[in-house]
Write a protein that binds this ligand. Structure first.
Ligand SMILES: C[S@@+](CC[C@H](N)C(=O)[O-])C[C@H]1O[C@@H](n2cnc3c(N)ncnc32)[C@H](O)[C@@H]1O
Ligand code: SF4
Length: 375
């Protein structure tokens, strides 16, 4: 079989944890910190972009792609795609029984009508980009929504009856105080219904962004470490223990799509800039929507680049991903040396990051060793 997607055996059908990522490159406005592939003036392409994504997907099915265990619409801002277009796209996705289907939404876009369209199409989970509940922190992030949009969006999620949802937060913006961060965490946990999953990210000044160009707004490392400790304490006490460095959830509400990434599972990325990992090969699509659509319309591959990891690199990468999760790594992968004292717990028979270890995750990751197999 000659294929743009697969070399070797295509991935299996039911039972296989195949993920499908769909990139939606539209945003109402550009946030100052964001380096994701998104555009504020291309909404007129929504229908044609959806068509191109479906064409890429159908080609993958012709080439043997199996049904997805998880589907994730990320962005950009998927809630900026008209609801019926997202439903049409999801209608073309072959899913396993009980598939998890997540849509990233900005709070100001969320209405009961939009969420009903999603639910009818098979969406099971909403991920809401809240970032902060303090107006001056949102302003410092260059984020344009107001905090009042958040309880309204969450009430709509409850009314439509999604079983699970996530709230994304960012900490460490200039102007944010310890009290602002604590109030954001308490405010989020006090939402009705309360979120069973929270992702909290340390603000990163990404090259090329407005934040990057303004050093006065760059975060302070010590402040970020303190904010992380606060988040972990408050979320754990509320019944949401950590399960990956930046993710906390009630049991049973972990994001299966991301867990598949962290377990180095297979996934196909559909749309501009989307990344894939299939049969040991990583590849990524053309970044700009127009060029992605032109390639698909011309019957060409949308792949812009690829890499294949050597077996040892692959094993090391698997450890680097696993060590960030609560599953941890085999104790043999982390030598019991002094530099790791207090950073790693070994009580469970696995090497798992302690709270201090999570603050210094990179220090630990650079000491990982692929264990020598004896059998
Ligand atoms: C694909 S992005 C945005 C999805 C959606 N448009 C939104 O804004 O909520 C997913 C999440 O990544 C996080 N994020 C994006 N850029 C970041 C940065 N530079 N530093 C820290 N977190 C970032 C934000 O929490 C954001 O909600
Ligand atoms: S953070 Fe979200 S809304 Fe803001 S520019 Fe990035 S993708 Fe768009």
């Amino acid at each position: 079989m000659s294929s743009a997607y697969f070399e070797g055996e295509p991935n299996a059908g039911a039972g296989h944890t195949l993920g499908l990522y769909v990139h939606v490159p539209f945003c109402a406005r550009r946030c100052d910190y964001c380096a994701f592939a998104s555009w504020t003036d291309l909404h007129h392409l929504s229908v044609a972009y959806t068509d191109a994504c479906l064409t890429q997907l159908y080609r993958a099915y012709d080439e043997g792609l199996g049904p997805a265990a998880t589907v994730f619409f990320g962005g950009g801002t998927p809630s900026q795609l008209p609801g019926d277009e997202l439903a049409r796209l999801l209608g073309g996705v072959r899913r396993q029984e009980g598939a998890e289907v997540t849509v990233e939404c900005n709070p100001e876009d969320v209405t009961v009508a939009l969420l009903r369209t999603y639910a009818t199409a098979g969406v099971t989970r909403i991920s809401l980009g809240v970032q902060s509940l303090a107006p001056h922190v949102l302003a410092s992030l260059g984020r344009r929504h107001s905090p009042d949009t958040v309880p309204r969006a969450v009430a709509a999620i409850g009314e439509v009856g999604f079983r699970s949802f996530n709230v994304d937060l960012i900490y460490g913006a200039r102007g944010e105080t310890d009290d602002d961060w604590a109030a954001t965490l308490e405010g989020v946990l006090g939402l009705d219904p309360p979120p069973p999953h929270v992702s909290a990210y340390a603000l990163q000044p990404e090259p090329g962004t407005a934040l990057w160009r303004d050093p006065d707004r760059h975060p302070d490392d010590d402040v970020q470490a303190r904010r992380y400790e606060t988040a972990d304490g408050v979320l754990e006490a509320a019944g949401l223990p950590w399960y990956e460095i930046s993710n906390w959830s009630r049991q049973g509400h972990e994001c299966r799509h991301n867990q598949n990434y962290w377990r180095q599972g297979e996934y196909l990325g559909v749309g501009g800039a989307a990344h894939s990992h299939l049969t040991g090969r990583r590849f990524w699509n053309i970044r700009t929507p127009e060029r992605y659509m032109a390639a698909i319309a011309a019957g060409h591959s949308a792949v812009a680049g690829e890499e294949r990891l050597e077996p040892d690199q692959r094993l090391l990468e698997a450890l680097e991903l696993a060590v960030r999760t609560r599953e941890g790594v085999d104790t043999a992968a982390l030598a019991d040396d002094e530099a790791l004292m207090g950073l790693v717990d070994r009580d469970t028979g696995r090497a798992v990051l302690s709270l201090r270890g999570r603050l210094l995750g990179n220090e630990v990751a650079c000491r990982l060793r692929v264990p020598v197999r004896t059998a």
